[in-house]
Design a protein around this ligand. Structure first.
Ligand SMILES: *[C@@H]1O[C@H](CO)[C@@H](O)[C@H](O)[C@H]1NC(C)=O
Ligand SMILES: *[C@@H]1O[C@H](CO)[C@@H](O)[C@H](O)[C@H]1NC(C)=O
Ligand SMILES: *[C@@H]1O[C@H](CO)[C@@H](O)[C@H](O)[C@H]1NC(C)=O
Ligand SMILES: *[C@@H]1O[C@H](CO)[C@@H](O)[C@H](O)[C@H]1NC(C)=O
Length: 431
């Protein structure tokens, strides 16, 4: 079973009453304990205590800027104003529904919500629609045809794997593929569509930088991860120049306990109460790792197209993944109705800042680096996660307390994540 960051335990000890309160409402905070609590501006404290306001009628200023915050694709402001902003839009009803069904055999059981017994189907009938321009639906034939002789790689964590399965299901409606490479445990895989000579790889590298992860049989790290903040992951480094199109992303794995290294020297550790190492915030490692990866790309002379995809928000409500949080909505929400959680915003802000700088630098170097920020549109889809339906008929086998584990991070397939491909295709095929 594999639900990545959802399954892990952290040792911790609470140090004071305030922290206790925070831990109760913000249990995910185990991963970062006191770390940033000290440095929180006063206005964020209510946010921490109520991580998930049901509805916000008064939208704080920083939220209004959410959708317009993403990075321009190039420095030329005059073309920017004419370019369509695909990321500012709405989910509108789409009676046509998804391009593929729950019978697509690429869908992992954990994300096949319909087969697992999810009773409502309305979440399938929405299309992301930019306000000021047309966004055609993903056309698998047009895509494959445009991608003759090309290779794609999607590099990242389990959300990336979720995404690649969506893409594979769409492409498989028009083309036959064969698996040409498969890593033990199915984490990295390559398919080839021979009629189009198109190659698609998914590479599991949840930190993008080199990480020593020792996992138990359930895929849960059983000792502290050793994270080298100044080494690219060997999982993708050597192949990097061979891919024509690359989508990179990382995210929540950085919340885990890890020992941070630079130049093979221990800098400190995040969330290792048993060690005597200097405690470092995960934000320190996140920023440093992203910066390092982007620096490499920017000066790489890569001739293809590279997307950096921002990490996607979860939608656990009334709790977090570990203490009964659920996501049982059946409709998208409207912009401003759902606030991005503090932690998600914090991760995303780091990414946006680093990527913004890198995009400018890349364009100076002739490297085609773009940001895809699916956060604004993903945020509005709390209805698109498996919730309890990550398992087959979950309510038949509740634990003794009557609880089931929810997944409000990954996405049902078919589901909202399919829209990501509409946008990518538009950026790639139609310029
Ligand atoms: C397939 O594409 C690769 C480049 O990705 C190219 O080297 C090769 O010649 C192509 N093969 C055919 C049969 O077109
Ligand atoms: C694909 O590669 C083959 C062999 O190298 C070449 O003959 C063909 O023209 C290429 N097709 C495209 C669309 O680039
Ligand atoms: C890395 O460590 C080696 C010795 O361990 C040292 O000689 C070198 O100066 C260090 N490099 C940097 C950039 O810190
Ligand atoms: C959704 O979950 C909440 C608890 O998290 C529960 O109170 C509510 O009744 C649920 N709604 C439905 C429609 O099941």
């Amino acid at each position: 079973m594999r639900i990545d960051y959802l399954k892990h335990g952290f040792g911790y000890k609470h140090k004071n009453l305030i922290l206790k309160l925070v831990v109760i409402t913000f249990f995910f905070g185990l991963a970062f304990k006191l770390v940033f609590f000290h440095s929180l501006p006063q206005k964020f404290v209510p946010l921490l205590e109520h991580t998930f306001p049901e509805k916000t009628t008064i939208v704080p200023e920083h939220q209004n800027t959410l959708v317009s915050e993403h990075v321009p694709e190039n420095e030329d402001q005059s073309t920017n104003t004419e370019k369509c902003d695909y990321l500012s839009g709405d989910w509108v009803p789409n009676p046509k529904g998804p391009l593929y069904s729950e019978n697509c055999n690429h869908i992992e059981p954990y994300q096949n919500c319909l087969k697992n017994g999810r009773p409502d189907r309305e979440f399938l009938y929405w299309k992301w629609t930019p306000r000021k321009c047309d966004l055609p639906s993903f056309d698998p034939y047009k895509f494959l045809n445009a991608m003759r002789n090309k290779t794609w790689a999607l590099i990242g964590d389990s959300i990336t794997r979720n995404h690649v399965k969506s893409l594979m299901c769409m492409l498989s409606t028009v083309g036959q593929s064969v698996v040409v490479y498969e890593e033990k445990g199915f984490k990295s895989k390559t398919w080839h569509f021979s009629s189009f000579n198109f190659t698609l790889s998914v590479i599991w590298s949840p930190f993008l930088v080199e990480a020593g992860i020792v996992e138990d049989i359930n895929g849960v790290p059983n000792s502290e991860i050793e994270l080298h903040l100044d080494k690219l992951s060997s999982k993708w480094k050597n192949q990097f120049m061979n891919f024509d199109y690359i989508i990179l992303s990382c995210g929540k794995w950085f919340l885990r306990s890890a020992i941070y290294y630079e130049n093979d020297t221990i800098l400190g550790c995040h969330s290792c109460p048993k060690s005597n190492l200097k405690e470092l915030e995960f934000t320190f490692a996140y920023r440093k790792a992203i910066k390092f990866v982007l620096n490499y790309i920017v000066s790489s002379h890569h001739k293809g197209m590279i997307f950096y995809r921002t990490f996607t928000p979860d939608h656990f409500e009334n709790g977090e993944w570990s203490n009964g949080g659920t996501c049982n909505r059946t409709k998208p929400v409207k912009e401003g109705e759902m606030e991005i959680k503090y932690l998600n915003k914090m991760l995303r802000d780091i990414e946006l800042m680093e990527v913004e700088n890198a995009v400018i630098e890349a364009s100076r170097n002739g490297v085609n680096l773009k940001v895809v920020d699916f956060v604004p549109l993903s945020l509005l889809r709390p209805d698109g996660h498996p919730g309890p339906y990550r398992e087959f008929h979950p309510f038949d086998k509740k634990d003794k307390n009557g609880n089931v584990q929810n997944d409000c991070l990954h996405w049902c397939l078919p589901g909202p994540i399919d829209s990501w491909n509409d946008i990518l295709m538009e950026m790639v095929v139609n310029g």
